[in-house]
Design a protein around this ligand. Structure first.
Ligand SMILES: *[C@@H]1O[C@H](CO)[C@@H](O)[C@H](O)[C@H]1NC(C)=O
Ligand SMILES: *[C@@H]1O[C@H](CO)[C@@H](O)[C@H](O)[C@H]1NC(C)=O
Ligand SMILES: *[C@@H]1O[C@H](CO)[C@@H](O)[C@H](O)[C@H]1NC(C)=O
Length: 358
């Protein structure tokens, strides 16, 4: 009987308070956790986010960030502790977004350390050194190249018109660097210090910009106190009334309460999934060595969509089973470790169960 009453109190409290709390969220089809300072517009109340950090959900199910002067970006990863965000272009032309990036009016700044120069060359001009054209910026009469090598920049300068130099992060290793992601960081709100000690962050209740750390449940300490006081009061009241309550009324209430807490558990247990595929799955995908005819399972223009380099005989190419799109093995492996989807069609490959370590 007492147990029954206790259950009743807890489920009642849960129902009464959950609407005001900011729970972690995510877009369907993506496991990136979205929490303060980010929030999903139309999904979480305004107080759950910080101005400039509003996200929406792209039709593909990934979070979308809108920058006032640079348009929409797919959010690949948010590092709450280091206050960094990795974004990409939903229209698959990240170099174009990087070339024309204007972050004014947004809380973000670039994490830069390497200079890349963009050149606009006549299509008649073919550089005799190895350099990949940026097809999505080029036209039939002009071809756009980008390079970070001072030597190549020098050679391009004497043959082409420089469009612009831009700074990009230097954590990249090969020529796909302008295609992988754009790394931005934010200074304000400074929630990294809360995140680094396992806490969450929120706006102080009556101020628009000041923030404070909260416990990891996403519920402020003040909030928690209010809840426990409320719990005490409600418990006392229901103790008196509970004895008089009829049994069927209680059972009805308990059902509603427990189904709602099961819903919360399901949401929170999904949060911790990593984004990429495991090594065994990536290793299991079909790969083959290109012959002289460069024949691929699917007709294409013989360019690896990730690094944009022409395939060469004897290179190892890997295809994704359910869509058959092909890539250099080293390119797609790197991608799949970060993202469990085909970079061309964004279909999610099926994940094999992790192999048993034995
Ligand atoms: C960014 O865009 C704003 C508004 O169009 C403009 O005023 C500003 O000069 C731009 N900044 C740069 C660096 O182009
Ligand atoms: C390259 O130059 C041509 C001719 O001046 C121009 O029409 C084209 O828009 C330029 N492309 C870029 C990406 O700047
Ligand atoms: C909190 O904000 C409300 C509405 O903006 C205002 O009426 C109230 O005076 C504020 N209270 C404090 C303590 O600042």
């Amino acid at each position: 009987m007492i147990l029954l009453l206790l259950l009743l109190f807890f489920s009642f409290i849960n129902l009464a308070t959950s609407s005001e709390l900011c729970f972690d969220s995510h877009c369907t089809g993506d496991y990136q956790t979205i929490r303060f300072p980010f929030r999903i517009v139309n999904g979480q109340p305004k107080s759950c986010g910080y101005p400039g950090f509003d996200l929406s959900c792209h039709p593909t199910g990934e979070p979308l960030l809108h920058l006032p002067h640079s348009g929409d970006f797919i959010v690949q990863n948010i590092d709450y502790m280091h206050q960094e965000i990795r974004i990409n272009d939903p229209d698959y032309c990240l170099p174009k977004k990087i070339l024309y990036l204007n972050l004014s009016g947004s809380p973000f700044v670039k994490k830069n350390s390497q200079t890349v120069a963009f050149f606009n060359c006549s299509s008649n001009y073919i550089p005799y050194w190895y350099n990949d054209p940026i097809y999505c910026l080029s036209s039939h009469s002009h071809t756009v190249y980008a390079s970070s090598s001072p030597m190549l920049i020098n050679m391009f300068e004497s043959n082409c018109a420089m469009i612009k130099t831009v700074s990009v992060p230097s954590s990249f290793s090969y020529s796909s660097n302008l295609w992988e992601y754009l790394l931005l960081k934010w200074e304000n709100p400074d929630c990294g210090r809360c995140e680094s000690v396992g806490q969450r962050c929120e706006v102080k209740s009556n101020s628009s910009n000041e923030i404070q750390c909260t416990d990891s449940q996403g519920r402020s300490r003040v909030g928690a106190n209010v809840v426990s006081i409320a719990m005490g009061v409600v418990a006392a009241v229901i103790c008196f009334l509970g004895v008089l309550c009829c049994l069927c009324f209680k059972i009805n209430f308990r059902r509603r309460g427990s189904s709602s807490s099961i819903a919360h558990w399901t949401v929170s247990s999904q949060r911790t999934r990593t984004m990429g595929l495991n090594g065994a799955t990536i290793e299991s995908y079909p790969k083959f060595v290109l012959d002289e005819s460069l024949s691929l399972p699917k007709p294409n223009n013989n360019v690896c969509p990730i690094c944009l380099a022409q395939y060469q005989p004897k290179e190892i190419v890997k295809s994704i089973p359910n869509c058959q799109h092909c890539f250099h093995e080293c390119c797609i492996d790197e991608w799949l470790r970060l993202k469990a989807s085909c970079p061309v069609c964004r279909k999610s490959p099926i994940e094999a169960p992790p192999s048993n370590p034995s």
